[in-house]
Design a protein around this ligand. Sequence first.
Ligand code: ARG
Length: 593
Amino acid sequence: MNIKEQIAQILAESAKKFGVEEVDKLVVSFSNRPELCDFQTNFAMIVCKTLGQKPIDVANQLVENVAKDSGFDFSVAMPGFINIVVKDKTLAEYAEFVSADKNCGIEQVSNPRTILFDYGGANVAKELHVGHLRSPIVGEALKRLHIAMGNKTISDVHLGDFGLQMGLTILQLHLDGYIDKFFEEGADIKNLPLTNVTLDVLNEEYPKASKRKDVDEEFKKTADEYTLFVQRHKEPYWTIYNKIRALSVAEIEKNYTLLNTEFDYYYGESDADPAIEETVQMFVDQGLARESEGALVVDVAREGEHIPIPKKSEDEPQRYKNPMPPAIIKKYNGGDLYATTDIATILIRNREFNPDEIVYITDNRQSGHFEQVFRCSKLAGISPESQKLTHVGFGTMNGKDGKPFKTRAGGVVKYKDVVDMLVESAEQKLSSNGIVGDKELARRIGVGAMKFGDLSNTVVKDYVFDVDKFLAFDGKTGPYIQYTIARINSILAKASAENGKVEIENADERNIVLAVLKLNSSYQLCYDSYSMNSLCLSAFDLASAFSTFYNNHRILSEANENKKASMLKLCELVKKCLEKALHTLGIDSVEKM
Ligand code: ARG
C-alpha cells in the first residue's frame, strides 16, 4: 500500500478524463506546510502550459474530477497547488497494513538486484584507529538498507593485506630479532610459532617502520623487496606473513563485531593475487597500458575533461593534466599496487558473484583512486557496461574544534578507545538512572549513540564527534529512539487488551501514522542518495510524534476497550517501525533502559 502512488493514480485518472496526457510528470510529495495538508503536487502548474489555461483552473478541474470516496480530501491553493489531506479512515487502513506487513510497509524494489558491498577495509598489521570507524558504520547500514528493500547483498571486508605495511612490519620484526628462527638453515618454518609477536608488538613495530621509511631510503627499498617477496609467496616471508595476518584478522573481526558489523566474506587484497597477472595482461593485450619510468600505467583521462598537455611529437597520444592522472598498475620493481588489486578484485568478484553493482565505502579522499579503478575496469571490459560501480566517500570525523579528531596530546585516537569511551559514558548515564552492571546494555546504547550520531549526517560531510550530544536521552539521538522503544515495551507489558483495530480519532494519532508514512518513504531517499540521514531523522520524528501522543493521552487507564486496544496497536506499530529503522541502521534495540 503506497499512499503517494494512490494519490498520484487518482489524480492521473482525473487528468485523463479531461485530456491531460503528461501524467508522467505527476509528482506527489509530502507537504512542507503540514498545518494545511499532508501531501501536495504542483502538477497543474506544469501541465497548464500545454493546456493553455491558468494553473488554478487546471487545478480546480483536476480536483473536481476526483471521485468523492477516494480516501483523500483534495483542495486547491494559489497559484495552482493541489493540497491533499489523507482521511482518518485511510490512515487507519495504512496503519493496519504496516502492522501486518512482513516488510513493515517498506516499499520493495521492483527488480531485485545483487549488490556487493565493499567496506570495513581494515589493514592487516596496522591498529584500527578513528578513521576506520565510519566505513563499517556506513557500510553496514547501506547493506541492511538494501536488504530491507529486497535486494540481494554480498558483503566483503576487503582487508588491506598485501601492501607495503606487510613488508615494513616483517622487516622491522626481522631487525628487532623476533623472527630470526624463520631464516635459519633447514628451519621447519610452517611449524615454527611466532613467539613473542603479540598484537601489542605489531602495534609498535609497524609505526616504527613506517616512520623510518620516510627518512631512510635504503630501509624503504628493503621493505619494498620484502613486500614483493610476500606478494610472490617467497619463503619464509610468506609463512611469517600468514601468521601475522591470522593474528591481526582475529582482532579486526572482534572490533567489527563490537559495532554489529558482519561480513559474508573476509577476503583481502591478497585474494586478488591469482588474477593479477591476467588482469595486467588484459591491459597490455588491448594496448591500454604504456610504460612510464619503469612502471606500467593506463591513461584514464577523458578527452576534453581536463587541461591538455602539449604533445612533444605528432604521433604521441593526447594526454591531460590533473585531476585524473594515469593509473599505475605495475610498480617500478614489478610489485602490485592498490589499483591493480582493486581491478583484479573486480575480475574475481564478477566471476564469483556477478553483482549488478559494487559499492565501495571509504573516506572521500579515495575518490580519485576509485575513479581510476572504475575507468580502468570499464576500459578493459573487466566490468561489463551494465554493471554499476559506486564509490560512497564519507567525510571526516572531527573533534569539537572542527579539526580531525585527535587525542589530547595530538596523537591518533584508537578505534577501540572511541568505542570504550562511548560504552563507559553510557554506563555512567545508566547508573544515574539506577541501572548498574549491565555491560551489554551499555554497549548497545554507546555504540547506538555513535552510529546514530554518524549516520544522521549526510554521508559526504565531515561531522563533529560529540559524546555528550550523541548520548543525550532526549534529542536527535540513538538512545532517544531506544528509549522510546523501551517505554513502549513497558506500556505493553502492563497492558492487557485484546488485539484491536486501529481507529484514528485525533491529531496526535494522525501524526503517528503520518510519521510512519514518512519513515517508510525515507528508505527510498536513503537508497537513492547512499546516505542514511533521512532514515535517522524520520525515525526521530516518529519517536517524537509518539512522545506527544503518550503525553496527551492516558493509554492504560482508557475506559473504552476498543479505544484502548486501538491505542495499544498504535504503540505496537511505532515499536515495530522504530525497531526496523534501528536494525537497518545497524543499531540494537533494548528491552529497557
Ligand atoms: N584498506 C583500505 C584503506 O585502509 C580500504 C579498502 C577499501 N576497499 C577497496 N576495495 N579498496 O584505505
